[in-house]
Write a new protein. Structure first.
Length: 354
């Protein structure tokens, strides 16, 4: 076993790479060494559950793109289709919580199958045996498959959350414009995205199937949609252009890293934060598709749904009333804009000057 990495190469003659223990400080080692691919797709071996410091990558051969003229041409990091959140009696499955009783992960280089087995005791005392399996298919080059088997020492309530995350970037560079998001028959999710410069379309489809004691369960899922947000991009651009002289002066005056961040950088970032606050509020306030999918009662409709319903009920002929309702629906946005107006203008001006 390699010291300080938990990697085990003792079965290398049998084409087996293994990891004997888990540490969030060593995620990158196993993610890189146990990557999977089939000549068309390449997948970094991140765990199904998410941890701080992980790196999730999916690359497709030949799909090069250039983010802007100041960036290099590179393979774009495609949407993440393997993220999985498990909740056991309300407790999120997280190996940094509770207690790891046994742990083993291995990649069979002959078959391409990655298997991870965990015996985990939840903070509330439940003991679970989990087995994760994953392949990138050689027979069907466009297919990635995974399975999760869970056994508990008692009856538990299990909630499974998964989907397609289109917010992946190449260390901050977003190579994709967002496309359509759909849910078919409560089971199949579809997400599309297109590279910004090379105009290559990506289509992702994923489906979850549930089995209990060998019998398939006809569970209907629902989809929650979220726009790929611009707030990360705005904050990144602000801090990338933050004057180093200011930080160096604060450091000379004796301020530590966290003091410089909270006492110098964050106060200066208020215009950018206010700008993104306006954009985020507008995105949620004007969201139409997501509420339409999971709100069934008209008494709980959001204003965007209510406005559409009002227009449909009146066959679109009472335009004076429709316009009056539309004016009422934009009032909160106007109020938010007036509150953050001076910060918003400063933020836009700062971006323009840089």
């Amino acid at each position: 076993m390699s010291k300080n990495t938990f990697m085990d190469y003792s079965a290398a003659k049998d084409w087996i790479l293994a990891e004997k223990d888990f540490s969030t400080e060593l995620l990158g080692k196993c993610e890189a060494v146990m990557c999977q691919g089939n000549g068309y797709m390449g997948l970094r071996c991140a765990t199904e559950e998410q941890y701080l410091g992980e790196q999730r990558n999916l690359f497709v051969a030949g799909t090069f793109n250039k983010f802007d003229e100041n960036e290099v041409t590179e393979l774009p990091n495609a949407a993440d289709v393997l993220n999985l959140t498990l909740r056991i009696n309300g407790q999120r499955f997280d190996l940094t919580q509770g207690k790891i009783l046994t742990y083993h992960r291995q990649l069979n280089l002959r078959t391409g199958e990655m298997v991870r087995t965990v015996r985990w005791q939840a903070p509330a005392g439940e003991v679970l045996d989990l087995e994760f399996k994953r392949i990138v298919s050689f027979a069907r080059l466009h297919v990635i498959a995974q399975s999760v088997t869970i056994r508990a020492d008692r009856d538990v309530k299990l909630v499974v959350e998964s989907g397609i995350n289109g917010q992946m970037t190449n260390t901050g560079s977003q190579h994709f414009s967002e496309g359509e998001k759909r849910l078919y028959d409560g089971a199949v999710m579809q997400y599309t995205q297109t590279t910004i410069q090379s105009k290559i379309d990506f289509f992702f489809n994923t489906r979850l199937r549930f089995f209990k004691n060998g019998d398939e369960q006809q569970e209907k899922g629902f989809i929650t949609m979220d726009r790929r947000r611009i707030d990360m991009f705005l904050m990144r651009q602000f801090f990338m252009n933050f004057p180093k002289d200011v930080e160096e002066a604060a450091s000379i005056d004796g301020l530590g890293r966290y003091a410089r961040f909270f006492r110098i950088s964050m106060p200066l970032a208020r215009p950018t934060i206010a700008t993104q606050a306006i954009f985020v509020f507008m995105g949620f306030w004007n969201n139409f598709t997501a509420p339409m999918l999971y709100i069934k009662s008209e008494t709980k409709y959001t204003l965007t749904l209510g406005l559409q319903s009002f227009q449909s009920q009146n066959a679109g002929t009472m335009w004076n009333q429709v316009m009056a309702a539309a004016c009422i629906s934009v009032l909160p946005i106007i109020v938010i804009y007036l509150i953050f107006n001076r910060f918003f203008l400063v933020g836009v001006r700062m971006d323009g000057e840089k």
